[in-house]
Design a protein around this ligand. Structure first.
Ligand SMILES: Nc1ncnc2c1ncn2[C@@H]1O[C@H](COP(=O)(O)OP(=O)(O)OP(=O)(O)O)[C@@H](O)[C@H]1O
Length: 128
């Protein structure tokens, strides 16, 4: 027989995840840069009136980039605990984790350009 769902445990997990989100934006420089970029994108989306589908794309990409940033930070912190001194293996691990974020961020910038550039050009009276 399956065990009943433990609501208290689920709420505790949300609390710990919330603490992770707080620590990400409070202490991580790159996460704060992504937060500012995200605020600018949302403001731009409201100004140029992007469609519902475009909002979905923007929101999913923002979530993916933040999520990748959180995973990267977790890997960095774990690596610092495992090996605080210089270690070529740790260098590969950290560089690969950072590459994961960069690849996603580049994809997000390209998708953002596809959505926003024609609309901003239109707003400026330029045909695209
Ligand atoms: N213990 C280590 N051994 C080998 N190389 C390391 C080590 N720690 C960091 N590095 C190298 O330095 C780079 C930056 O690492 P660091 O942990 O400072 O990340 P960061 O992106 O500057 O993040 P943060 O500013 O959040 O600490 C890594 O990508 C890696 O190439």
């Amino acid at each position: 027989m399956s065990r009943p769902i433990n609501i208290r445990k689920a709420i505790r997990s949300f609390k710990y995840a919330g603490m992770g989100i707080y620590s990400l934006f409070r202490y991580e420089n790159n996460a704060r840069i992504h937060l500012i970029a995200c605020i600018l994108v949302v403001i731009a989306g409201m100004i140029v009136h992007i469609s519902a589908t475009e909002w979905c794309v923007v929101v999913i990409l923002i979530g993916l980039v933040w999520s990748a940033e959180a995973m990267n930070t977790a890997i960095e912190k774990l690596a610092d605990v495992v090996s605080p001194e210089y270690n070529p293996g740790i260098k590969d691990v950290k560089d690969l984790a950072a590459a994961g974020v960069l690849i996603l961020a580049i994809s997000a910038v390209i998708a953002g350009a596809v959505i926003f550039v024609p609309k901003i050009a239109n707003l400026c009276g330029l045909t695209f």
